[in-house]
Design a binder for this molecule. Structure first.
Ligand code: 3H9
Length: 646
């Protein structure tokens, strides 16, 4: 297959890269472009060169699959220099995404022309590396240091309009990109050429500015090394000559490329891309999803409605009476208003989201729905009653889903006229924000219905993970084990604050106890009490002691910690120490790493049991659950990856 094609439009050469799916810069493509420069430099009839890509995107970056192997020439930084130093000016014509090495190559060109729908960026830090082909050195010369620091240390791409404002691209066009880029080239040839990017000046901020950035980035990074290493490279780019800055960038890139963090982030990168289309569902067509419905407008139900509306689906929201309908709509309005406040939606977009919801208590509204998701109170009787009704009123081919997080979906489905179209879809709260969707088929679920669950996840932009049936499925089952192990540490004499601090140091936003205080200790307690009432032998937890003493978390002014009124800062609690004292050994110091290792090992151990029982299909699926549902640091790759199970 020819990865690089050259053709002509008069005296303008057009180099087309065609390396599906995303035109990644593997060795063969780098060589193809290297040779194209030589060919075109040798052709006196050529006055300028347009670099354009076939398929859905401009070059999306280096080929990440090559990162586990030694780099092969021609190396990308050399290729970028070669294009910049070519005899004729090159013009990058960008559609889709020019990311990482793709954008670095575009910066080697004398000009960049982008379609209005394109985006550009340097996402390398999300892969645990820094840009390795001049991204940290050329970007400040193109867009200034502040913009470059933002772009490189967050890894977030920017759209074409913003890229134009920042000076990252020279023109934004609509319509026929190739024709527009060729026209741009012709016009550019009538004027003196600008300096190559490497030769442009850069204004260095003062040391205090760098210190401020360093503090802000370190706080955000929580142990992730690439953003700070990228900042070092950017500082070198601002303060030192081009060649020296390039040498520092290359050394940093090669160092990080072989790091554990980069391996972990690559693991998550590929797991995320594999998840929406699992191999075992290849060739199974999902059912059409044109209209959806949600039963229950509480926090979870409203979040699911918002997620469905964000994906453009019209939604019916059913509640049990008019007052509940009004509350459900209020919940929904609060979500969309919040999105407007945060600048995620405009007022008209929010109004449109709301207008696409038909809310009521008449089940006849469900007659047209392709998918109905139940999100009512977590009680088997209540859920059974909902599905009895759905079995009567929904279309015979509609998919019926439960959002249960603990109950056995088989019990919920019992009595349905056609259990083959029933499935569990476990969203995480807030459902319009959290990326994880656990998909829980029963033994009766039809393959097409399972495939529909995955299709739904794709249209909602969620990460789907298939889970088998057990208490808590994958995520909540591991959470239970994690909390139990955290309590075991307390019983050994480790303090609540030491456990939480250790997990924060490990990269989680919160430790297990402060997280329980935020969510409320009573939720899990109610489950345990329910199980005890049903005759199960559930040993008393330390959390039970706290709940019985009225300490349910922040909402009661105290849980594992004390809270001053109006202040969410956890304060170590003498009352808690006294309450649990009879159950705990004398205080002991344990290093933070040892605490984290114990907790991670417990999670991974539960993960292994889950795999052995067929509840999860792969270790990577478990890692995705932890990263996208429970705030596990991506850069550690998840508990399975971290403990060596890949
Ligand atoms: C870099 O550039 C380093 C340089 O600074 C220095 C070098 C010296 N490589 O996401 P999709 C595969 S680091 C290999 O579903 P979309 C992906 O696995 C790189 N493969 O598509 C999937 O495979 P499959 C910086 C890649 O349309 C298929 O392509 N660049 C790469 O939803 C489709 O992917 C990035 O980090 C890659 N770089 O989104 C950009 N990228 O079909 C990463 C994708 O077998 N890529 N694949 O499952 C993206 O963000 C998205 O792919 C993109 C398209 C937005 C481009």
């Amino acid at each position: 297959m020819t990865l690089v094609r050259i053709d002509r439009d008069g005296d303008i050469a057009v180099v087309t890269v065609d390396n599906p799916p995303v035109n990644a810069l593997g060795q063969a493509l780098r060589q193809g472009l290297w040779d194209a420069v030589a060919t075109l430099d040798a052709d006196p009839a050529v006055r300028a060169v347009v670099l354009i890509c076939a398929g859905r995107t401009f070059i999306a970056g280096a080929d990440v699959t090559e990162f586990g192997r030694p780099p092969q020439p021609p190396h990308l930084p050399d290729l970028v220099d070669r294009i910049e130093g070519a005899a004729r000016p090159w013009i990058a014509a960008i559609h889709g995404s020019a990311l990482g090495g793709g954008f670095e190559l575009a910066m080697g060109c004398r000009f960049r022309v982008a379609l209005d729908t394109a985006q550009v960026g340097l996402p390398e830090v999300t892969l645990g590396i820094v840009p390795g082909a001049s991204g940290t050195v050329r970007t400040p010369r193109l867009a200034g240091v502040a913009a470059a620091v933002d772009l490189v240390t967050t890894g977030r791409p920017v759209g074409a309009a913003r890229a134009l404002d920042l000076g990252l691209v020279d023109a934004v066009v609509t319509g026929d990109l190739r024709a527009q880029a060729v026209a741009f080239a012709r016009a550019a040839l009538t004027r003196p050429l600008p300096q190559p990017v490497s030769a442009r000046p850069v204004t260095a901020p003062d040391p205090a500015w760098w210190e401020d950035r360093r503090k802000a980035i370190a706080k955000r990074a929580r142990g992730e090394v690439a953003p700070l290493r990228a900042l070092d490279c950017l500082r070198a780019a601002a303060e030192r000559p081009f060649a020296q800055a390039m040498a520092q960038e290359r050394a940093t890139f090669l160092d990080l490329r072989g790091s554990d963090q980069a391996a972990a982030l690559r693991h998550i990168f590929f797991a995320e891309r594999a998840a929406p289309r699992p191999a075992h569902l290849a060739g199974i067509d999902p059912l059409p999803l044109r209209r959806a419905a949600v039963i229950g407008g509480g926090t979870m139900g409203a979040g699911i409605v918002a997620a469905l509306r964000d994906a453009g689906l019209p939604v019916v929201l059913i509640e049990r009476d008019e007052a509940a309908v009004a509350r459900g709509l209020d919940n929904l309005r609060a979500i969309f208003d919040g999105a407007v406040r945060r600048g995620r939606l405009t007022e008209p977009q929010a109004a449109d989201r709301l207008a696409g919801v038909t809310a009521g208590c008449d089940h006849a509204l469900l007659a047209d729905s392709d998918l109905v998701i139940e999100a009512v109170f977590e009680d088997l009787g209540v859920k059974r009653a909902v599905f009895d009704r759905l079995g009567q009123v929904c279309r015979a081919d509609a998919v019926l889903a439960t959002n249960t997080s603990y109950l056995d979906p088989q019990l919920i489905a019992r009595g349905l006229p056609d259990p083959a179209r029933f499935i569990g879809l476990h969203f995480f709260s807030p459902a319009n924000v959290m990326k994880l969707l656990e998909i829980v088929p029963t033994p009766d679920t039809a393959p097409a219905v399972l495939a529909t669950g995955f299709a739904l996840a794709r249209s909602l932009g969620k990460i789907p993970v298939q889970a088998g049936i057990c208490e808590g499925f994958i995520g909540n089952r591991i959470l239970k084990r994690y909390r139990a192990e955290a309590e075991a540490l307390l019983r050994q004499g480790v303090t609540v604050a030491a456990v939480d601090a250790a997990m924060r140091a490990h990269g989680l936003a919160m430790g297990p106890f402060e997280a329980q205080d935020l969510g409320g200790l009573d939720i899990a307690w109610l489950q345990r009490e329910g199980a005890r009432a049903a005759g199960q032998d559930v040993p008393e937890t330390l959390g039970d002691i706290l709940v019985r003493a009225g300490r349910k978390g922040q909402k009661t002014g105290g849980g594992w910690y004390d809270y001053a009124p109006g202040d969410r800062t956890p304060q170590p609690s003498a009352a808690v120490a006294a309450l649990i004292a009879p159950q705990v050994a004398p205080a002991q110091d344990m290093p933070a790493e040892a605490i984290a290792a114990r907790l991670v090992a417990a999670m991974a151990d539960e993960g292994r049991a889950i795999l052995a029982q067929g509840i999860a299909r792969t270790p990577a699926d478990i890692d995705l659950v932890e990263v996208h549902g429970y705030g596990y640091p991506r850069w550690r790759g998840g508990p399975m990856f971290e403990t060596g199970l890949r």
